[in-house]
Each structure stands twice: as C-alpha cells, then as structure tokens.
Design a protein. Structure first.
Lengths: 494, 373
C-alpha cells in the first residue's frame, strides 16, 4: 500500500503551519506534539498507521474555511476525521498533512418535526440523532454497527448503511441538505428540509465521496416515525442455498423485511461458543428476519414469513414476539465479529455486495478459495441488501498467512464484482480497496471520477491517496482488519 | 433545425456525441416533458426512441434494467403484473413518457414524502459523457460505496450531463390495496395542521394532500391491515368519507399528474417545493401575487400553483427561496422559451453546478440551456 510520498518541503513547513493554525482555533483546537498525535495515527483499519503533522479541531464552519485556506497557502493536505471508526482507512493520516477533526462540531442545531428533519453538525454521533427525536416518536434510519461512536459527517462521507438498508436505504437516501466548505475555502449550502433542490443533485455526488470533494460542516437529515410494531424470527436450514431461497421467496411474496441476515455454520458455531445465546448447532445456516410497520401489517407479514421459511425447508423456527426476545435473537448476530476472536487470533473483514440470488454460488466458490488458500472463511450476510461480510481467519504469527489472507480477501471481492456486485457496500474504499478499483471500474469511469476530483479540488489537498488507485491494474488489495483486536473493542461490528 | 439523429445503440450515441457541432444536441424521446425546463438552444435533435426495451427484469432481486426510451406505462404494467411498482410514483405527463425522460426531470409523485424520490430508486446507469466516453456508474445493488454516485446526479439534470443508455431501477412490492380518507370543507390552515399530525403517525400514510378544500390521506397495505389504519385516521378527523381502492387510485393519479390543476389561457402553472412547515407562508406570499388556485401535496412539501401570466416569475422564485425551497415554472408551449423556469441558484451552488457540468460535458453539448443558461 503506497500513500503519496511525503514531500520534504511540506514537512519543513510544520512549525510555520502550527503557528498559523494556532491563530485560527482556540486552545483546545490544535494538537501538534508528537506524543499527542499518536491517538490519530489510524482509524478502524489499524494495520496502517501514520501520524499527521498536526490535528486541527475547529468549532465552526468559518474556522474550517480558515484552516482550508491556510493549508491551501502552504500546500498542506487535509484528512477529514469524524470519530475514526471507519474500516477502510479513509481517515488514515498523511505524514505531510493535517487531520481535520470535526469532533468538536457536535451540536444538534434544529429539530423540525413538521418537516421530519433534523439539522446537525458533522461531529454528532449517529445514535444522538435518534436520541434527539425519540421523544417525538421519530428515529434516524441508517444504523451502522458503530452508531454509538461514529459521526454523521463520517456516515455521509462513507454513505454508511447498517442492517436496515433494503427497506430504509443508506445515508444518501436519508439526507436532505448539506453545508460544505470546499477546497478553496468557500462555504456552500446545498438543500434544506425541502424534498427537492434546484440544479444538479450535488448531495448525491458528495455522499460517499470519502472526504475527497469538500468538508461537511452541517447536515439536514430525514427522520422517520418509529414503526408501531416489530417482530422477528429465526429459521435454521440444512444448506445455505435453502436459506438464500427463503430470502428470494420472502421478497417474491412482496414482503420487505426491515432486516434479513444469514449466518453460515462457522459463524453460528463461533457465536454460540462466544455468547451461548441458544442458536441451534449443527445447522448449515441461520436466517434472521425482522419485519416492522403498522401492527396489523406486521402480524400478517410475520405469519407469512413463517409459512415461507417452512416451505423453503427450514428445520427449526424460533419466533420473537416481545422486544426482549427479539434482542436475544439479534444478540448472536451482532456478536459475530467479536466471536471470531475465539476461533482465530486474527481475521480480515471484507465488505462486498452481491445480487442476493448469487449468494449460494458466491459462498460455494468462496469455500473453494478458502480450501485452496488453506484459510477458513466465516460468512455473515446482510441478505436483504446483498451486503456480504466474509471474515478470513488467519494467524499473523504463522509465516506467510497474512499475505495469503490478503490475497484470498482480494479474490473474494473480485468474485463479488464478477457476479454483478461491488467492492464495498458500506465500509468505503479508503486505502483498503483502492487498488482493486480497476477490477470494477473501467479506465474511462476512473478517468471521469478523477477529473471530478481535480475539478472540485484542483490542488489535490483533500484526502489525497484515497479511493483512486495509484496504478490502473486490478491489483491485489490489502483488506486488513488486523490482529483479532478490533481498534474499538466496545463497538458492535456487524 | 437539421434532420434528427436516431442512434440505435450505444456506439451510435457515441458517434452522435463525437460528431456534434458547437450548437449542441437536443435529447428527445417521448416528448412528454417539454413543459418542464427551459427551451434548449441546440439545433440538432437526437431522437433516442430506438434505445428502448427491457434488458433484465428480476423480480426477486427487485431490479429492472432498461434502456432509456422504454415506455414508462409499459414498465409499470409489467411490474404490476408481478405485484411490483416504482415506489416513487412517477408522474407521466402523457402516455408517451419514457424512463429516461422521467429520470431526466427527476419526476417523483405523491408517495415521495415517505418513499423517497426518483433518484433514490436508481441503482446504476450507463451513460455517454460529453467526450463520448461510455461511463458505467453504480450497479444493481442497494449498498454501494465505490466512487462517486454519479448516476444520481444525472437524475433531474434535464439531460445536460450525458445520454443515459441503460438504467437500473430498484423496484418495490405493490401494496395490495389502498384507501383514502377525504375530508371536505377544510381550511388550508386546518388541513396543514392535520397533515403534519398525520405525517408523524406510525400508520402507513403514503399520501397527504389538500386540493379544492378537501384534505386527502392515503393508506396502503394489505386488505386486512388497511381497515384499522384508515379508521384510526377517520376517528382522528371525526369526519370525512373513505374512498375505496379504485376511487382512491383515480384520486391520486389526478394529483400525481399536476395536482389536478391546469392552467387556462392567461395563466401559468408552477411546481413549488418547500420544507413542509413553510407551506402556509409560501401560499400567503403567492396570494399577494393574485394566486388563482393551488393544491398541496407531500404533507405540505409540494405546491402546485396557478398564477396569472403577467406575474413575473422572479417573484415566485423569490417567494420559494425565502421559504427555503425552489420553484419550477411550466412552459406555456413551444413558443414559450421559459427562460425563468428554475429558481436561480445561489452563487456558491451555481459554481458547483458549473464545475460538475464542465467536467462531465466540457463542451456543453447536451441540451444546452435546458436547465440554466
């Protein structure tokens, strides 16, 4: 993994940079001593570490604008930073750049229930948005697993999802407005609580742009009334294909569950060892289905789902009728990542998306690859939206295993692309999958995207070295969640 | 005007783009969206009608991939046969409507305030850019963070960013049935208050409109589940009549097509989108411009307004801007250049629009003038 080579002239400007930044922010707004910068060395992709020149923590859009202008003057790159929970290295610092942390811009600015909208600063955590509106009977739908820590700014940068994306969409579908500071320091307001905007859909362009086009300083989010009712069931199957078939049958019957998850045998066993949550052992796959909505609708749908999974050949059903039972069913699924620590000293987490119907084929070919590489792969799958998280188990102390795991990971992602899917569903490209981009996008596609990057950021100072490959070959990527020790062990990861 | 070009496939579209002269290309198919937007200054018509047909329809995957000139009506009929639909409820504005035109103007109907807009139901696209490159962006899956979501920016771009050649749409199950509670004799203020209250409720309220003194609330879902929900609204309103399925559908089709408003001679129709909470002040501002009639949709977020023809469009745009929204003036016909169709963009946003346009279509070949000058 090559990041842009640090330029000596930039490194030489550090003292000057610090002096100028100090004038722009208050006392708590600048971190520049080497020992204090350690905290910002990596995001959730902890295999890659690099301390920045300094960290600026502005408290207003005007300060962001001042910092960008100063960095522009001194030709210093900027890496935007929310909570640093991202898993693709999108917030990995640069040796000759600063980190721009939006953590102190964490106010909820307006709650407009009649507009079903909330306006927040970028450093607000995902869960705080829901907390701010829960008293009105509303919630914010995108729910990435790190939602207690990850920020709205980071969610927009990565177009974060969660487990309810088929029904409720990802961040881009729940965003109404943005305030951005562009690379040249201009502050631009796009959209409002209105449901359409004049001109081009710039929100679409900036959502998921991984900090390459502008710095988010405000966001207006769409909120939804809390569903009246939610019910879940778990069904066990003898084959993954049968579980996949049940998913197709459910959707084919016109039911859009709020969440639909599949776990394979290895994941089930790991979770059961880890948590003892009462999942059946010896089954090849578990399907977890949750439906929500008006009470009468939910009752009818869960009954229909029961019939459908039975007809699809499930061997066991457990239904959760109370919120507590529902949480118990989900607990195992949510513990899948940490549970892998019991099975293996290290694992990689991949994040491809595939057309739902290709699941059996992808898992079969993954298992062939797994054997060829001599490494176990556990699979958890957001079956509703096709987002697959294969976990490659390895031991970094065994010689060559890390490299083999990385190669296997790349093969699995290429397979996702081959069957009509994509390299990343919700973690983003960052540095992690950057060099795999040519496997999915043609030269013309990449050219146009890089032309856009240059048009909005001519100095190439916003998060350079991310998303777009240094070399245009379908290279071996290094998808690297390292060490079995998650960088944020307290966060749920699913 | 030269003879129209009729590309039959992607490579012929590329040829059209590469051979285009400085005056640019006017992209056309069904011709049902002419009333929206400004007139283009392009002198060469590109008739895209031959780029039609469904490429893939996979009901279990909830996707349909089709070429841009595919008939919207045919797609909707096919989907309905399979119990599916386009949840953003696109207006047709004529039987010849195509998918490409629908997305080109970003047309979303009454369900938009709960279901999302046209752009939310596009998963990917193939298009030809201004340099004649065939660009594939997005894909066929819901979750996708691999580069910029360029395809969404083409939705609502009025054909000024590229020629769509293939579109992947996200489909949704068609609700089994629907019913509408119609409460007549409502003042606008009372109707708005009721719409806000109902838009907070957990029932499957998928339409909230106010037309001709009547407040309309639609519930969709299964036959069994719909009764208790519509009754809850009815009890809440303590008045009104319930429109059963067919009648309810007819009512929302009418609203979808133009809020059931038509502009007579000497009148102009506007489509105004503001934050729902700002609907009242917007209508009051329009009344100062001698508003002829109006109706509200999207729980107050969309206003269809008929104004006298001599009302300067700039006044309407200012009113929309002041309420935090935007307005679109509908053209009066082929002779009307509709120069002031859209609310002027603030300087910063205008600059970003120009940057986007100049990057994707550096020579300004596609529909020049159609969106902004």
């Amino acid at each position: 993994m090559n990041l842009p080579t640090p330029l000596p002239q930039r490194l030489a400007r550090r003292t000057d940079l610090v002096k100028r930044l100090r004038k722009l922010v208050d006392d708590g707004g600048l971190i520049h001593r080497d020992e204090d910068l350690v905290v910002y060395e990596c995001d959730g992709l902890s295999a890659y570490r690099q301390a920045p020149l300094a960290v600026a923590l502005p408290t207003s859009a005007q300060q962001v604008c001042d910092i960008l202008r100063t960095c522009g003057d001194l030709d210093i790159p900027i890496v935007p930073w929310g909570a640093g929970t991202g898993l693709s290295g999108g917030a990995l610092p640069l040796a000759d750049g600063i980190v721009l942390s939006l953590a102190r811009m964490n106010r909820i600015l307006h709650v407009d229930i009649d507009d079903r909208a909330v306006t927040v600063e970028p450093g607000v955590t995902n869960i705080s948005v829901t907390h701010a509106v829960t008293g009105h009977g509303f919630y914010y739908a995108p729910d990435p697993s790190s939602q207690i820590a990850c920020t709205i700014g980071g969610n927009i940068a990565e177009n974060s999802g969660g487990v309810h994306c088929l029904k409720y969409g990802t961040t881009t579908n729940n965003l109404l407005g943005l305030q951005l500071v562009m690379a040249d320091g201009h502050i631009v307001d796009i959209g409002s609580a209105a449901m359409e905007r004049a001109g081009y859909d710039l929100l679409a362009l900036f959502t998921g742009s991984e900090g390459l086009l502008g710095i988010i300083t405000q966001a207006t989010l769409r909120i939804l009334p809390k569903p009246q009712s939610a019910r879940a069931l778990m069904a066990a199957f003898d084959t993954i294909a049968a579980a996949g078939g049940a998913v197709a049958d459910i959707i084919g019957a016109g039911i859009i569950p709020a969440g639909m998850e599949i776990m394979d045998r290895l994941s089930i066993e790991a979770v059961e060892q880890f948590l003892g949550c009462g999942y059946p052992l010896g089954v090849e796959s578990l399907l977890l289905v949750e439906v929500d909505g008006p009470e009468a609708e939910v009752d009818a749908q869960i009954a229909a789902v029961q019939d459908l999974v039975r007809a699809a050949g499930c061997t066991e059903i457990r239904q959760a009728d109370s919120p507590e039972e529902r949480q118990r069913l989900w607990a195992g699924r949510k513990a899948a990542f940490p549970a892998m620590g019991r099975l293996s000293p290290d694992y990689y987490c991949m994040d491809g998306t595939i057309p739902r119907g290709r699941l059996p084929e992808v898992l079969e070919r993954t298992s062939v690859l797994s054997e060829a590489y001599g490494l176990r792969v556990a699979n958890v799958f957001h079956a509703g939206d096709g987002n697959l998280h294969p976990l490659v188990l390895y031991d970094s102390n065994a010689e060559g295993e890390l490299e083999r795991a990385e190669e296997l990971g790349a093969e699995i992602l290429k397979l996702c692309v081959e069957v009509g899917g994509v390299l990343s569903g919700e973690h983003g490209i960052g540095v992690e999958k950057r060099d795999l981009m040519p496997c999915q996008l043609s030269d013309d596609d990449l050219d146009l995207q890089e032309e856009l990057k240059r048009a909005f950021d001519p100095g190439l100072l916003l998060n350079p070295g991310k998303v777009y490959p240094a070399l245009r070959t379908c290279a071996e990527g290094r998808m690297h969640v390292h060490g079995g020790r998650l960088p944020f062990p307290d966060l749920e990861r699913f | 005007m030269k003879a129209p070009l009729r590309p039959a496939d992607v490579s012929q579209v590329v040829e059209c783009v590469r051979d285009a002269d400085g005056a640019g290309l006017a992209l056309r198919a069904g011709g049902t969206k002419d009333r929206l937007g400004r007139a283009t200054s392009a002198t060469t018509d590109v008739d895209l009608s031959a780029l039609s047909g469904i490429v893939t329809y996979e009901p279990e995957e909830l996707i349909l991939i089709a070429r841009p000139a595919t008939s919207l009506v045919e797609v909707e009929e096919l989907l309905a046969q399979n119990g599916q639909h386009l949840a953003f409820e696109p207006p047709q504005w004529g039987p010849a409507a195509t998918l490409g035109g629908t997305l080109g103007v970003g047309a979303s109907g009454p369900r938009r305030f709960v279901a999302g807009a046209a752009r939310d139901f596009v998963l990917g696209m193939e298009f030809v850019d201004g340099l004649g490159r065939v660009i594939r962006t997005g894909g066929r899956v819901v979750k996708n963070v691999t580069g910029y979501d360029l395809w969404r920016s083409l939705v609502g771009a009025y054909g000024t960013l590229g020629v769509m050649t293939e579109i992947c749409l996200k489909l949704w199950p068609l609700p089994e049935t629907q019913q509408t509670l119609a409460v007549s004799g409502q003042t606008r203020t009372d109707a708005l208050a009721q719409m806000y209250a109902w838009s907070r409720r957990p029932e499957a309220v998928t339409g909230l409109a106010y037309s001709d003194g009547t407040l309309l609330a639609r519930i969709e879902g299964s036959t069994a589940a719909i009764e208790p929900q519509i009754k809850a609204l009815w009890q809440d309103a303590s008045a009104g009549e319930i429109l059963a399925d067919t009648e309810s559908r007819r009512c929302w089709e009418r609203l979808r097509e133009a809020g059931a408003l038509t502009a007579a001679r000497g009148e102009v129709l506007y489509r105004i989108v503001v934050p729902p909470s700002r609907a009242e002040e917007t209508v009051v501002a329009l009344e100062r411009m001698e508003l002829c009639r109006c109706c509200l949709d999207w729980a107050g977020g969309l206003l269809w307004a008929v104004l006298p023809r001599d009302c300067p469009p700039a006044r309407v745009h200012t009113a929309a801007t002041e309420a935090g929204g935007m307005a679109a003036r509908l053209s009066q016909g082929p002779e009307d250049p509709n120069d002031e169709a859209f609310t002027p963009l603030p300087e910063g946003v205008a600059r970003l629009n120009t940057t986007l346009r100049q990057t994707i279509d550096p020579q300004g070949r596609f529909n020049p003038g159609r969106l902004y000058n």
